[in-house]
Design a protein. Structure first.
Length: 272
């Protein structure tokens, strides 16, 4: 952010969810100008983001993970895009992984059948047609285009749209809260766009993978993450589809999500 800031005025807000690694002390000593919010307990991602939103007053809000790096001009591209497209509530950048590959950070809303097939096949047959369609893997990314949702690891949000739809649903502790927010945006008539001219480098858990001494902890964390993911996906379907005929397919998604969690747990045991 400091290396490639916005050309307009900005305020950096960091919400710390009860970290124990010295982050709070480091920020206070090195960056006293940052607005730091510290929680005594881990309130979850959605709740922490809402705290940051409440502490801000800008026209646009950039939500960005701590493990992301901003390429030059990327923030301005996102804000300029919203300036010139008043019907767009959220603009998401192209996100690049540490190895230089493109992260599939814009996707379609999951259907019951699509989610079940993707959940069951993604790890053993990642190039299956359902997963490719869900992740928009075959879509040209040279120009901006409408998408169902973009990743919350980095998204620019219009405040007036949040005032219309409400902030993040804090029933999501982690994962899927970005999908849910974009779903509500579309329901209210707002649009979500993917803007590939803006770029963000995302180091997804890179440091933890390099430390063999933390492998056991990482395995436990992976199981917890899988549980939270499946729980969040289930909540998304129950919240948004339970009053439709789609609810009849709920047993299918329960089986699929349960299978995915059991697979993650078994992998952890095998590697122990």
């Amino acid at each position: 952010m400091y290396k490639n800031p916005s050309k307009d005025g900005y305020k950096i807000i960091i919400v710390d969810n009860a970290s124990q690694d010295g982050t709070v002390k480091y920020i206070r000593e090195k960056y006293p100008e940052i607005h730091l919010i510290t929680n005594k307990t881990n309130r979850g991602f959605a709740a922490a983001v809402n705290q940051g939103i409440d502490a801000s007053c800008s026209v646009y809000i950039l939500l960005i993970n701590a493990d992301c790096q901003v390429y030059g001009g990327s923030i301005d591209i996102l804000t300029d895009y919203l300036d010139h497209n008043p019907g767009v509530a959220v603009s998401g950048p192209m996100i690049v992984n540490s190895d230089g590959s493109i992260q599939y950070s814009c996707r379609t809303f999951p259907s019951f059948m699509g989610a079940a097939v993707h959940t069951l096949l993604a790890h053993i047959y990642p190039n299956n047609p359902v997963t490719r369609k869900y992740k928009l893997m075959d879509v040209c990314r040279h120009e901006p285009f409408k998408v169902d949702w973009v990743s919350g690891s980095c998204m620019m949000i219009r405040r007036s749209a949040l005032q219309d739809t409400g902030v993040f649903d804090e029933n999501y502790f982690m994962y899927v809260e970005d999908t849910d927010l974009c779903y509500r945006m579309w329901q209210k008539g707002w649009e979500v766009h993917y803007v590939p001219h803006s770029g963000i480098l995302h180091h997804v858990a890179g440091s933890s993978r390099k430390k063999e001494s933390r492998e056991k902890t990482s395995r436990r964390a992976a199981v917890r993450a899988s549980y939270r993911m499946q729980k969040s996906v289930f909540y998304f379907f129950w919240k948004n589809y339970r009053r439709t005929a789609r609810v009849l397919l709920m047993p299918l998604i329960i089986i699929a999500l349960g299978s995915r969690f059991m697979t993650a747990a078994l992998k952890s045991l095998v590697r122990a």
